[in-house]
Design a protein around this ligand. Sequence first.
Ligand code: ATP
Length: 317
Amino acid sequence: MSFFRIENVAKTFGEHQALQSFSIDLPKGQFLAIVGESGSGKSTLLRIMAGLEVQDLGEVWLGDLQILNPKQKLVSGYDQIKLIHQDYHLYPNSTVEENISRPLLSFDQSYRKKRVESLLKLLKLDALRTRFPRELSGGQQQKVAIAKAMSVEPDVLLLDEPFSSLDPIQTHELMGELKLIFQASGTTVILVTHDLDHALGLTDNLLILKKGKVVQKGNSKSLCTAPKSEYVARLFSPINALSGEKKSFIRPSDVKLRTSRGELAHVIDSRFLVHYNSLQIKIKETQAIWEADDPQRRFQVGDRVYVSWEEEKILRF
Ligand SMILES: Nc1ncnc2c1ncn2[C@@H]1O[C@H](COP(=O)(O)OP(=O)(O)OP(=O)(O)O)[C@@H](O)[C@H]1O
């Protein structure tokens, strides 16, 4: 059932169209990741969703409540929709506990105390409650920002590149924790990121944005196996252009490497990755450089390989 609705939202900055007729309709408790390259309009969209930016056209609705923009509403923003910024926006001179408690100043003290305690526990921040933001790692600061936003029990949480300043280990840990927290709280969450892996770590429900326009929606399997454009295909992995066929590509994981039969190529580079070696190969006939996965780690730089692929694995646009 419809819960959070964005209807035909458009926004231009001067001559530049940042968003073009953007619409979505999310049921309660759903987690959507919006993925797009830098400048595709992700942050602008989140700000409009939160009632913090004036759109040129379109409306935002949370159930029966129309989300008004700063031109229409004296104090911009809503407790029901909380935006968590890339740079956390914590109060630097307040402790972790105070940061989480501040949005609750208008609530009575016993509720405030109970809510803060439950968030400290939920986000495993108990031991850090007396620290100041400058005494925390990036991952810990991000968790405080999320706890602060969740303190007023918002219906919708908007996350703007939540892992952008974290290292891969922190990112992996935080993703695991957040997934469970959001599932348990039943909050509707929209994450925006340029990194597909960050999106996939949290949800399978994807929307791809390019130059302010939705280019494809769906789950990861459908987007990976049947991308509608090169842009969507390249979010999942590099793709190799087939010679002789316009706009036809094969993924490195779909390139078969053998010691006979196929197109002759030479291995010119090899990188060790966790699950396979990533090879660069030069196709003899066309001199094209391709990428190919070697899961059995059979081939070395300088080796001759014969490449082939299955017809149904070809991506055509
Ligand atoms: N206040 C502004 N004034 C002028 N142009 C703006 C403003 N805010 C955003 N833009 C432009 O609108 C486009 C979309 O910007 P936005 O920040 O929404 O993209 P993004 O996808 O979030 O990018 P990033 O991933 O780099 O944060 C960009 O071309 C940007 O330069």
